[in-house]
Structures are given as structure tokens and as C-alpha cells.
Design a protein. Structure first.
Length: 284
DNA sequence: GGGTTAACCTGCGGGC
DNA sequence: TGCCCGCAGGTTAACC
């Protein structure tokens, strides 16, 4: 998504912004009118990502640096469509540009996604980060990610491993699916107490996370319900490469034991009981 | 203050 | 046929 947006919107100047659902800008506390007004005449300077957040720095002459921050939630899409293209039922925000070319449309069925304008803060040697996502940890694919610091912070926690992987202030970009996939690759149980993890086990977890995220990126993302699409409206194919998630009852591709589905935090976890046995001191 | 839970939301599929 | 319920999931406010 980031790559697609970079190609299609970087360098273009915003001519109009139309917010058609207030919930889509609920994280912009000043409201939809302010959101739109701030972006008029702004030129998109690039597209960046950290974990599940995307942001586009925008340059407005004479104004402090800001960025449009986007989180797609579960069903959000950022589509580039010709100005005359039919309007989708779940269109939430529409951006048009001074060149009259393709519009950027934020479409989101379940409205868990959101857009906001946020001030850019000095990155102290690293890239500038929007203030609203300052609490989001580094992405494991970011060269700056510090494996040793992650291991130390993990050991200080008093919780289960899967819970920790889902905590975006500890490590970003991992959701329910990639957590299960990484744990399967690391042969660890999600209820494993974080304070008991060895350096080698943390290494296996990070290796698993990176394998899953890299493979998913190469495939264009995971789309099991046809809601996740790239800027051209095309789905990814990563769902066909899943080893644990959604495979309840099917044999583990490593040991043949049927994959088991278990309730977890009002959702589901999938694991192989053979490769990922429950630890004696489990922390759910 | 760290850890945990529920609410937010919509569409779909299963059961009756 | 149609209604109701459960489920999917990321984030955060509110609770313990």
C-alpha cells in the first residue's frame, strides 16, 4: 500500500477534501472541517510506514510540518480512482488534486480505520514521526529495530507472549494473524510467560515475525475476506501461505497434528498442539 | 502504574 | 423466507 501510494500521490497538491463520515476522522480531534481545511493546497512529500500506520508528510508554505496519518483498521482501503469513477457505498474521505488526475479515496466498511492530521516531530537523527504515533514501537523490518532491547523489555513484562506481540508499543505491525504465524514458526505457545523467555527463544520469535511479514509483503498482504486491497483494488494472496491461522482441524505441515483453535481475548488463536505445547506456567 | 477487558462497527453465515 | 446471534479484528478508555 505504501509503495503504491508513494508512486501515485507523492509530489501532488491537494485541491479538495471531502469527509463523508465523521467516524473516519474521529482521531482528528478538531473535526472533519478542520481536517479538510488543513490539507487544502498541501503538497504530499512522500509516504512512510511504521507498523500498521501510514503517513504522508504534507508541505504547506509558511506552516509547521504536518502529516496525514492513516490506519486502515480491518476493512480500510486507500484507492486511487478517476474523478468520475462511481462512488463506493463505504466511501469515507475523498481527496482530489490540482492536476485533475486520480483521486485518493478512503473506503472503509467497518469504520475501524481512521485518518488524522498530526504534527511532525523532530526524529533526532531518524525520520520525522507524527506526534500521534510517537508511542508506536519500531517495526521488526525496520533496520533500526533493536533485538536486544526488545528482548530486555519482553523479559520485564508479566504477561503472555502473544499478548506482548500484539502490543504495538512493544513491537509494531503484528496483528492476530501474524502473531499466530510467528509463534508457529518459533514453535512457541502464545501463553508462554514473557519473563521466562531466553535470548534464543526471542530470536526465534523475531525470525518468525520477519519471515511472515516479509512473505506477506512480497505477496501483497493477507486478504481472507476480500476487504484488503492495494491501491489498484487488487487483493494479496498471502492467505494461501498461512500455516496455523484459520486451519483448525487441518494437519500441521510440520508434524501432522491437527491445528487447534482456542478462544483468546474475544477472538481466536490457532496453534499446533504437537509443535507448540502449553507451558506449565501459562499466562493467557 | 502495569495488566486486562469491553466497546466501537458492519456484513456474513449458520441456526431456527 | 426472515430474523437473531455470533464472529471477525485494532485500538483505547475504563477498570482492576
Amino acid at each position: 500500500m505504501r509503495r503504491g501510494l508513494d508512486r501515485w500521490v507523492s509530489g501532488r497538491t491537494i485541491a479538495a477534501v471531502q469527509v463523508s463520515h465523521p467516524r473516519a476522522v474521529r482521531r482528528h480531534l478538531a473535526g472533519g472541517d478542520d481536517f479538510a481545511a488543513r490539507l487544502l493546497g498541501a503538497t504530499v512529500a512522500g509516504v512512510h510506514r511504521r507498523g500498521k500506520y501510514l503517513w504522508m508528510p504534507v508541505a504547506v508554505p509558511g506552516q509547521a510540518p504536518e502529516a496525514v496519518v492513516a490506519h486502515l483498521g480491518m476493512s480500510g482501503q486507500l484507492l486511487l480512482q478517476p474523478p468520475g469513477a462511481p462512488v463506493h457505498r463505504h466511501l469515507r474521505v475523498r481527496f482530489s488534486f490540482t492536476d485533475g488526475g486520480r483521486e485518493l479515496r478512503f473506503v472503509d466498511q467497518r469504520t475501524f480505520g481512521a485518518l488524522a492530521v498530526s504534527a511532525l516531530e523532530d526524529g533526532q537523527g531518524r525520520q520525522q514521526l507524527p506526534r500521534s504515533i510517537a508511542h508506536i514501537a519500531d517495526d521488526p523490518l525496520d533496520p533500526a529495530f533493536d533485538d536486544e532491547a526488545f528482548h530486555r523489555r519482553l523479559r520485564l513484562r508479566r504477561t503472555g507472549l502473544k499478548r506482548a506481540l500484539l502490543d504495538q508499543s512493544l513491537v509494531s505491525g503484528i496483528g492476530n494473524i501474524y502473531a499466530d504465524e510467528a509463534l508457529w514458526r518459533a514453535r512457541l505457545h502464545g501463553a508462554r510467560a514473557t519473563e521466562t523467555l531466553t535470548r534464543a527463544e526471542t530470536g526465534r520469535v523475531l525470525a518468525g515475525v520477519r519471515q511472515v511479514m516479509s512473505a506477506a509483503l512480497a505477496q501483497g498482504g493477507t486478504s481472507f475476506d476480500a476487504l484488503y486491497v492495494n491501491v489498484n483494488g487488487e487483493s494479496g494472496y498471502f492467505d494461501r501461505a498461512l500455516e496455523a491461522y484459520g486451519r483448525a482441524g487441518e494437519p500441521c505441515r510440520r508434524c501432522g497434528t491437527p491445528i487447534r483453535r482456542e478462544p483468546f481475548m474475544n477472538r481466536s488463536s490457532f496453534r499446533c498442539p504437537g509443535c507448540q505445547p502449553r507451558p506449565r506456567r501459562a499466562r493467557l
